[in-house]
Write a protein that binds this ligand. Structure first.
Ligand SMILES: *[C@@H]1O[C@H](CO)[C@@H](O)[C@H](O)[C@H]1NC(C)=O
Ligand SMILES: *[C@@H]1O[C@H](CO)[C@@H](O)[C@H](O)[C@H]1NC(C)=O
Ligand SMILES: *[C@@H]1O[C@H](CO)[C@@H](O)[C@H](O)[C@H]1NC(C)=O
Length: 375
């Protein structure tokens, strides 16, 4: 594997609410399994009523896991590792230490971060913050969408990876730009069209979609330095982006085509493109970032109609990966789809990802990555 290959983990479905659920949760579970079809087996519909309930591990080649589980089927001593606030607001009390809030606290945030309020007794030393909520990020509102970011200043331990969320109104587009880091995108909703040109002048255009019609969403990847643009189609578009540097948005690292043109004398731009200066009056003078479109592009699935006849040809390897064309790899406690440069998405040399479904009571087993971060 490449030294900088970074592992990203996406929990596809937030099922944490189901784990501690009331009986009505069973309906949700059955609906989920009915929807997912035979690819997912409902292996353990039981509730975690006691510490003795075997946990299903998500490990693809784990044979005879029932027997393995029984060996460990013991109730460990309660050392205060699991926070239990008895359904009340979390208080900074655990295992006989701490005391209540005498003044006040933001109980909604506390409830989302119980291990911050009442740290596990096993914590040692200074525990850095390992979580960032995009709801705490500044959202930049633009004509035709918005963007919010998480960079190293928000989440200092994430030195090698940063994230952003980008929303485009129908037909709006993120203008042509490029940066020194790699960009990976996971389509959260809607449909869009991406275009790019590599450093050999070879072009690429393709449509991308979110989890529509019950399918898994598409992923895209732009290598460092490759100029790209993204246009939303008729449903609009929302994307989760990951960058291969925690400080990806440091000043001077991302370049917009409009910015370049705005800083170049118009006579030179006109001469460069072989047009009359009078035709360049519409060049934006201030970084628009997102632009509204007045021209409706060909609909989803018709990207080829916008492909240019490129004398250099097309890029040798696609920049889009279709998760719904990949088989699920089933495991005792769920399933996984892995995307990486070595097996199925050659262009994505600096970022890899896994779409992981962990069933209720399932567990992604203890693991770590020696050289790579995970966001
Ligand atoms: C996508 O957007 C539509 C329209 O707002 C909404 O009904 C749907 O639930 C969204 N899907 C996801 C996966 O968020
Ligand atoms: C989803 O299904 C609808 C209705 O069949 C279809 O019109 C649409 O193109 C599909 N969308 C995608 C992204 O496949
Ligand atoms: C550029 O356009 C202006 C306005 O239409 C026209 O007067 C001028 O002759 C044009 N110049 C050239 C070199 O075509």
């Amino acid at each position: 594997m490449l030294p900088r290959l970074s592992q990203l983990l996406l929990a596809a479905l937030a099922l944490s609410g189901v784990v501690s659920a009331t009986p009505s949760g069973d309906e949700e579970l059955r609906a989920f399994f009915a929807r997912e079809g035979a690819a997912v087996k409902p292996l353990n519909m039981g509730r975690r009523s006691a510490a003795t309930t075997p946990t299903r591990h998500l490990r693809p080649s784990f044979e005879d896991d029932e027997a393995m589980m029984r060996k460990r089927d013991i109730t460990p001593p309660d050392v205060g590792q699991v926070a239990d606030f008895g359904g009340q607001d979390p208080e900074p009390i655990r295992n006989g230490a701490g005391d209540t809030f005498l003044a006040t606290s933001n109980h909604e945030i506390d409830a989302q971060n119980p291990d911050n309020v009442a740290a596990p007794t096993t914590d040692a030393g200074t525990v850095p913050n390992l979580k960032w909520s995009m709801s705490l990020s500044h959202t930049r509102l633009l004509k035709g969408g918005w963007v919010r970011e998480q960079t190293i200043t928000d989440l200092p331990p994430s030195k090698d990876l940063a994230a952003a969320e980008l929303r485009l109104s129908p037909f709006a587009y993120r203008e042509l730009h490029w940066h020194r880091v790699a960009e990976w995108g996971y389509i959260l909703n809607g449909t869009g069209r991406i275009s790019a040109i590599d450093d050999s002048g070879r072009s690429y255009i393709s449509d991308v979609k979110g989890p529509l019609n019950g399918s898994d969403p598409d992923i895209y990847y732009f290598p460092p330095g490759v100029p790209h643009s993204i246009q939303a189609l008729d449903q609009g578009l929302e994307i989760l982006l990951i960058f291969s540097d925690g400080n990806f948005d440091a000043s001077g690292t991302t370049f917009m085509l409009s910015d370049w043109l705005a800083h170049t004398p118009l006579e030179i731009v006109a001469q460069n493109f072989g047009v009359n200066v009078s035709e360049l009056g519409g060049i934006p003078q201030k970084d628009p970032y997102i632009l509204k479109s007045t021209v409706q592009p060909p609909p989803f699935g018709h990207a080829s109609e916008q492909a240019v006849q490129d004398p250099q040809g097309n890029v040798p390897s696609p920049f889009v990966f279709h998760l719904d064309q990949q088989e699920k790899k089933s495991a005792p406690g769920g399933w996984v789809k892995i995307q990486d440069a070595a097996t199925n998405f050659p262009v994505s040399k600096m970022l890899a990802s896994a779409l992981v479904f962990v069933e209720p009571n399932g567990l992604r087993e203890l693991h770590w990555h020696i050289n790579d971060g995970e966001l």
